[in-house]
Write a protein that binds this ligand. Structure first.
Ligand code: SF4
Length: 361
């Protein structure tokens, strides 16, 4: 092990702080930090998309002995709560509630008002407010229109590592999470651990992520004394390790994997490949109509090769869905399937280890 590795993996920043070093003297970015001292944190926030990697992240900290009283789950709702169901699985809100209840953790939703569809239809207009559930109730975070300028989108986010081009991840998740952290006084003067489930295996971009670093909302040296670390517990894990921990805890696979999806992203994620679009078109006819209509009205396709979504769906060979309980769940808003199975009953889902193209969450 090199001295760099020792620094990253053995000298844990939390221990350094506990040893009395000033925050400015403590290294705050660690390429590899698979084990950290969870006990130094007052709050542990797990960003719970409802996919396998965020579930694995939660299970990992439970296996590490995290204090359950410090844990809360956050879920960013891609479609918002103003009536749009353009992109995400209809059961996703209910599934996350069921998951949080089954584990016994509080769950706070947050979203951009109007969701994906509202943001996409911005036409010389200001960004809409963010809505954030907190222990004290729902807060509405208005935009500062003295600093922001009106802008226009009127096209789908495009497949790209650049978050300005792939604006859905930043506008609907990252920004929402940042404002939720910045606007809750309960985090001031506290040490907060912000956990997300990215894995290096997923992309060349993610392969470069640090495992532990100062979060963008960290203000540890400032008046707010808000210490926020971003930690990615499963960053270096293989997919096999992810399914192993899920099986070990008898957590039934989330529905998308049971259908054959390789990832649990938005149902109609911009990263979907022809197989997934064809599967949606076959099993849920009409689901792609709104996307098709927007492509026509914008004059811009979701895909960069300028192929329209209906044409791509017709080109692809649909998956054969055999899990009928999962299939029935797709059209329902209420999640009615169990979260846990009994010992010895865990079944690997059809989508495990498949590289069907469905993108980042
Ligand atoms: S899952 Fe896909 S469509 Fe949904 S926010 Fe992420 S990149 Fe965008």
């Amino acid at each position: 092990m090199s001295s760099h590795d020792v620094d990253d993996q053995v000298v844990i920043p939390g221990l350094a702080l506990e040893a009395g070093l000033s925050p400015k003297d403590v290294k705050t970015s660690f390429f590899d930090a698979p084990d950290i001292d969870l006990s130094i944190y007052d709050n542990i926030i797990v960003c719970m998309s409802g996919g396998k990697d965020s579930i694995a992240s939660l299970l990992r900290i439970l296996e590490m002995g995290a204090d359950r009283d410090k844990i809360e789950l956050w879920h960013h709702e891609v479609d918002g709560r103003e009536g749009s169901s353009l992109m995400d699985w209809r059961f996703m809100t209910s599934y996350n509630k069921a998951l949080a209840a089954a584990f016994g953790f509080p769950l706070y939703f947050s979203w951009l008002e109007g969701g994906f569809e509202g943001e996409m239809l911005k036409n010389n207009s200001y960004g809409r407010p963010h809505k954030v559930e907190t222990p004290d109730g729902l807060i509405t975070l208005e935009r500062d229109t003295t600093r922001a300028k009106p802008s226009t989108r009127l096209k789908f986010p495009q497949v790209s590592a650049n978050l300005q081009t792939r604006w859905c991840s930043s506008a609907l998740k990252i920004d929402v999470g940042r404002r939720a952290l910045n606007n809750q006084a309960r985090f001031n003067g506290k040490k907060v651990l912000f956990i997300t489930g990215e894995r290096r295996e997923e992309s060349a971009n993610r392969a470069r992520y640090s495992q532990l670093e100062r979060h963008a909302c960290d203000r540890r040296e400032g008046r707010l004394a808000r210490h926020v670390d971003a930690w990615r517990p499963v960053l270096a894990w293989s997919e096999e390790q992810v399914w192993d921990i899920i099986a070990r805890h008898n957590v039934i696979s989330p529905v998308p994997y049971r259908l054959g999806w390789g990832r649990s992203s938005c149902m109609k994620c911009i990263f979907n490949d022809a197989t997934i679009w064809a599967t949606i078109n076959k099993y849920f006819p009409g689901e792609l109509d709104a996307l098709d209509a927007y492509e026509v009205s914008f004059g811009t396709t979701i895909r960069r090769d300028k192929k329209g979504i209906m044409d791509v769906a017709k080109m692809g060979v649909p998956l054969e869905i055999t899990d009928l309980a999962a299939l029935r769940q797709v059209t329902q808003e209420d999640y009615t399937l169990p979260i846990f199975c009994g010992d010895g009953e865990w079944v690997q889902p059809a989508g495990a280890f498949l590289r069907t193209g469905c993108g980042p969450s």
